[in-house]
Ligand binder design. Structure first.
Ligand SMILES: C[S@@+](CC[C@H](N)C(=O)[O-])C[C@H]1O[C@@H](n2cnc3c(N)ncnc32)[C@H](O)[C@@H]1O
Length: 251
């Protein structure tokens, strides 16, 4: 997957490219990150990338001409290299909230462009002429789109074949199959008077799998019942959930 990131602060993306699973996937060429700075598309001596809003008011906007030139150059380059026209996404608190289902779908694209806003955002005409979709991290405002882009790209990298080792399989993650991840335990076997559930020490793989599935259903039911309302459980899952509710009390 080839991802174009349009940002006034490309240095911030070292947090993505230099560490952990994402760093390894980028180094291995599983995902290609292209950082594009609108400042490199300015024509004035001061390389200006902000401008005042018409009508006055506090704050600045991203300057139109360098921003549009950066978007178009990135789109052209990625189209040529990936063989498909990338969607151009503006990261914005006004966008659709990104969830795992969206990540799974969008991570299948050959290429994608994420525009990281700064200041008070971008000119409405740029939004209308250049942007295909607006994506939000949630109903809160952060100072720039970079953290949003990093979170979303990280989630997309986890979906790329070969990005995770077996032991880090994305299939166990919360929201896969519409459920939250089951509780996990590590050493010590007994910690401050609380023991690891016996089944996890049994070596019985079928029993462990069944227990984990039951816990995932129960955890989802307790923490995010809305996820269960949105799907139909199989009769086996209904039985497991009833068993969980009986063991833990109905609340
Ligand atoms: C200070 S914010 C501007 C917010 C804008 N004035 C508004 O209220 O809609 C600057 C930039 O941060 C990014 N941003 C802020 N909150 C975000 C969120 N919840 N999700 C994604 N991006 C966000 C956007 O790219 C935005 O252009």
């Amino acid at each position: 997957m080839k991802i174009g990131l349009i940002t006034l602060l490309p240095e911030m993306f070292a947090a993505l490219s230099d560490y952990g699973i994402c760093g390894r996937a980028i180094r291995d060429g599983i995902v290609e990150i292209n950082l594009v700075n609108p400042r490199d598309f300015t024509a004035d001596k001061h390389r200006t990338v902000d401008d005042k809003p018409f009508g006055g008011g506090p704050g600045m906007l991203m300057k139109t001409e360098p921003l549009v030139a950066a978007i178009r150059a990135t789109k052209e380059a990625l189209t040529e290299r990936s063989g498909s026209v990338p969607k151009v996404v503006y990261l914005s608190p006004q966008g659709v909230k990104v969830n795992q289902e969206k990540v799974v779908i969008e991570a299948q694209a050959e290429s994608l462009i994420l525009l990281c806003g700064r200041y008070q955002g971008i000119d409405q005409r740029v939004l209308e002429s250049e942007i295909d979709e607006e994506w939000s991290l949630g109903d809160f405002v952060i100072s720039g789109g970079e953290f949003a882009a990093m979170a979303i790209v990280d989630a997309m990298i986890r979906r790329q074949a070969g990005a995770l080792g077996d032991s880090e399989s994305a299939m166990q993650d919360s929201f896969e199959e519409g459920l939250l991840h089951c509780p996990e335990y590590t050493r010590p076997q007994s910690f401050e008077g609380h023991d690891v559930p016996n089944v996890l020490l049994s070596g019985d793989h079928a029993a462990i799998k069944r227990w984990r599935h039951k816990q995932a259903l129960g955890t989802t039911w307790r923490k995010r019942p809305d996820l269960l309302d949105a799907r139909e459980l199989t009769s086996e899952q209904n039985d497991l959930l009833k068993e969980y509710q009986k063991e833990h009390g109905d609340q």
